[in-house]
Every structure is written in C-alpha cells, then in structure tokens.
Design a protein around this ligand. Structure first.
Ligand code: ZN
Length: 362
C-alpha cells in the first residue's frame, strides 16, 4: 500500500474532501501508475513521479492561469486521484460480480482540442480518429480540461476531468457495461471494429453507478451547477424523469434518455432500501442483471436482436430474475417511471405521455 492523497466524496458540489488514502500500486512510472486492475497514465510527457510517495497538492486543478510548478502538482494529483477512484470502482464491481473486469487503461490529457474537456470510453475502431491504437478491452480517455468552476469557499477551480470523480466513475461504468450486458454485442464484432456508439441504457447504467459510488443523486452537481435541476441536461437522478421524457432514435442524445433509466434505478434502490434491504443488495442485483442481459440472447448481430437490447423492459426483466425476492419493490418503483416488462421503449413512451397529458389535463 502506498501513501497518497485523493478527493473522497463528501456530498457537496465540489471535488470532494482532500484526504490521505492508501493506494494499492504495483509500479510507479514517470507519469504512470500500474494498479492490479488498471493503468493510469498522463500522456502529456515529462516526469510526474520520482519516488513512491504519491502525496500531491491538487492546486485548484492547475490549468493555464497558474505557475508551471502548480500545474505539475495538479497533473500528478490528477493521476493519483483517478487511480484512487478507478480502483475503488473496479474493486466494488469485482466484489459484487465475483470476478474482475479486464484490466483498464486510463489515459489523461488526451486530445489536445480546446473544445474537449471531458471524458470518454473508447473501443478500437478505425473511425474513432484516435491517433494511437486503442486496447481491445477498452480505454478511458480524460481531457486536459477547458473551463473554470467554483469549488467550496468560492475558490476558482480549473475543471481537469481527472479531478472530478463523477466523470471517472461514469467512464468506468461504460467499461462495466461493455464486459457484462454488452448492449451493442461488441464481443461478436471484429476486435478492431467495435462500435463506440452508446445507447441510453449504457449511459443510464453509467450514471446510476456514479450515483451509487458518490452516494448522491445530483451526480454532476459540481460541473453542471449552471444547469437548473429541472433541466434534463443537469442529469440529476429524480423521480420526475419518466418515459414521458424519453425521446429515443438515432439522433437523440443517449445521455438525456439515460437519465430516465438512471432515475428509475435510483428510485428502485431507494424503494427496496426503505423496505429494509441493504442498498448493496440492490447494487448486486443491478450488476447481476447486467450479466444476465449479456448472456441471454442467441449470438447474432441481426437488427431485431440489437433493437431488443435497447429496451428498458429487457433489462428490467433481468433485474427481476437477478433477485426475485426484491422484484416486487423494483417493479413498483420502475412502474412509477413508466417502465414495465415486455414493452418496447416507444410503446412505454406512448403510454407515459398519454398518462402525463391526462394528469395535467391537456
Ligand atoms: Zn457516457
């Protein structure tokens, strides 16, 4: 175990509480940490680590307005902070799945484009536009950051994605989906031609995993604070988001539609917890359902199979099979969001919109 500093979730709109933590590190490279379950690397060159002590100052995210020394501290801290959250997320998942996910490579400081300040999960595909080959098991890329935020104490904070646990957890959530439910059946595609297009369930599962790990429904409350909570783009998990707010279709942002699924899962987790169940039992149910959803189709990339894998009802059915005792509570909570087993997304939307119109007297 190596002594390190990282932010831990504190439920406030900010990066979290700066704390000393222990990190299980196999190897410390110049700008890289190799953990048993992941490798975290800063791709911008230079030496960030020259010994095994991983205690750094976050330097309010570093960025263009601070000294080179402060930015260096912020970059080193970003690698360590990412390592902490990736290890935490992957160990949580492995403990519930009873198996580890494939080793994850996280590359920080990717894509020197001023417009890209976030993160994404990448699988190999020639259409990616990635300059360096992507590992077949999947990679997380985090940008350099591009905007300033306010942190507690009204401090100005450069939004380096490696300092934001919500972004890190969301991307690890995609790695989880790829190696469990595999919604787009990438395992059947040629290794170098997997698809990176995400569906709403993938985004929703990544968001609910983020909520579970951050222990808050306002998962992006820090960097999306300027978006009001009643706007779906805030992506706060909320009982108000039902299938009436679902759009679907190729041109719709899957993140917004994913908020409906993530909110329904969060309601289900709260519902079964209120009924006396341990919240971790719900988390195990959710992960088990992702595995069941990955298993149960005949291996075919035919269009109807792929379309069925987009259905919220299909994953809900897997959830009821994953832990039948909790199924009644899960079904009731999901029904409140307009999600029922055995119905396509568009039919669920139709019913939910009709009910919504009746309720508001339209
Ligand atoms: Zn995503």
């Amino acid at each position: 175990m190596t002594r390190a500093t990282a932010y831990t979730p504190d439920g406030r709109p900010g990066p979290g509480q700066l704390r000393e933590i222990n990190l299980d590190v196999l190897q410390v490279g110049r700008a890289e940490l190799v953990l048993p379950e992941a490798t975290i690397r800063d791709e911008r060159g230079g030496t960030l680590f020259d010994n095994d002590v991983l205690v750094f100052d976050p330097a309010s995210g570093g960025g263009p307005l601070v000294s080179a020394a402060a930015d260096h501290q912020a970059r080193a801290f970003g690698v360590v902070n990412t390592a902490f959250h990736v290890q935490r997320a992957l160990r949580f998942v492995a403990s519930l799945l009873h198996r580890p996910l494939p080793h994850l490579l996280v590359r920080i400081g990717m894509h020197d484009r001023p417009s890209w300040g976030g993160g994404h999960y990448r699988l190999p595909n020639p259409g990616n536009g990635e300059a360096i080959p992507v590992r077949p098991a999947g990679e997380v890329h985090l940008g350099r950051g591009r905007a300033f935020l306010t942190a507690p104490g009204r401090r100005r904070y450069f939004h380096a994605p490696a300092h934001n646990a919500a972004i890190i957890y969301h991307e690890v959530g995609h790695h989880l989906c790829r190696h469990t439910a595999d919604f787009r059946l990438n395992r059947l595609r040629p290794t170098q031609r997997q698809t990176n297009t995400k569906i709403a369930l993938d985004e929703g599962c990544a968001d609910v995993m983020t909520a579970i790990l951050l222990r808050t429904d306002d998962i992006y409350g820090w960097h999306r604070r300027h978006i009001p909570v009643w706007d779906q783009r805030r992506r706060k998990l909320d009982p108000r988001w039902t299938m009436a707010h679902f759009h679907g279709g190729r041109h719709q942002d899957p993140h917004a539609d994913g908020t409906v699924w993530a909110s329904a899962c969060w309601s289900a987790r709260q519902g079964v917890t209120a009924g006396g169940a341990d919240p971790v039992r719900f988390d195990a149910l959710l992960l088990r359902s992702l595995e069941l959803a990955g298993d149960d189709d005949a291996a075919s990339r035919a269009t109807p199979t792929l379309l069925r894998r987009r259905h919220f009802s299909r994953l809900l059915a897997a959830m009821t099979r994953a832990d039948p005792q909790l199924a009644p509570g899960v079904l009731a909570a999901m029904a409140a969001h307009g999600i029922r087993p055995g119905v396509s997304n568009s039919d669920l939307r139709k019913t939910a919109r009709a009910e919504h119109a009746k309720a508001v007297g339209a």
